[in-house]
Ligand binder design. Sequence first.
Ligand code: ASP
Ligand code: MG
Length: 418
Amino acid sequence: MPVLVMKFGGTSVATLDRIGRAAKRVAVEVSKGYDVIVIVSAMSGKTNELVGWVNETSPFYDAREYDAVVSSGENVTAGLMALTLQEMEVPARSWQGWQVPLLTTSAHGAARIEDIPPANIMQKFGEGMRVAVVAGFQGISPEGRITTLGRGGSDTTAVAFAAAFEAERCDIYTDVDGVYTTDPRVCAKARKLDRIAFEEMLELASLGAKVLQTRSVELAMRYNVKLRVLSSFEEPSDEAGTLVCGEDQIMESNIVSGVAFSREEAKVTLVTIADQPGIAAAIFGTLAEAGVNVDMIVQNVSETDYQGHEGRVTDMTFSCPTDQLKRAEKALEAARDAGRLKFDQLWAETDVAKVSVVGIGMRSHAGVAAKMFETLATENINIKVIATSEIKISVLIERKYLELAVQALHDAFELERA
Ligand code: ASP
Ligand code: MG
């Protein structure tokens, strides 16, 4: 029988009543003839509570015990979901990660999935079980200890199961009804997308559209898993939600599919650094060691020799999350004091935001950048830094213009129209 993976996030299993509603959706798919693998998150708020308990008990905790504690939320929902289905006369059984087994690396708290041998669950399907309810977010290390996959990891569990069982589709039930052209709270004209390509979703996911864990989209792209994001609070229909799929399954792609943004950006410029081999490596090596997530990087063309310095000099600008700025400054200044880096000044700006337009159609259409810059110019918004990739153009702007920029770009690229 064809296999379907259905994943229910924390808000979709927050109460017994909601578990009941989710179970009804599962039963409908079973009645259509699917063998269903249900992946569940912990009840909403539960994982945060467990993480809090761990921190309170042991500030420098043993990561293996962190995983032992925080993985438990999913065990509860898996058992409850199996019981609920059994009460509805649907043959169901719960599985913890180690029972499947879902094999991972030993990177506790951020483990990566190595393999999911399907034999155990397939055997049960063969014996008449119709639903395997699997605790998301968790697995087992080569040492035989429980691991977790990082926050939001149940999405990745779901996609990995869909790949391992060659599922027809992987439905991700959440509290939003799909992926939007931009955040509806910022732009009232935001429209739900029927389909979006993996690459676009990856850009939107990593740019702060928090619908899916980024790793789950990477995995879906690698194994070509058809992913559907939909709300568990809406009436089911075939058109519900957003399908995240391969480019080949999108008839006529939009040139621009969405406008993504992130509010909490900081911009740092190192003024007057030597223009010679090894300098960028020293700067970004220092930042990497300090655990700073650098995003955009711009190095100027060097023109002149500068007094007090040997040879040519240039400036380097980069952006990072606002809450990592202090760490970045400290690391760079420490490196300068230790003589490992040389720069005249460090300029930091914290009131910046990043706005990006994303779309696979950009590959084959010229003029997107020009239109984006024109639109910002018309609104009198100054661009501080520009970065591009094949399917994305990002700018840093003053934060107070963020909403205006998103709305203007949404209008300019006519995203309210399908
Ligand atoms: N319960 C875990 C978390 O809150 C995993 C998940 O729900 O995806 O991060
Ligand atoms: Mg989630």
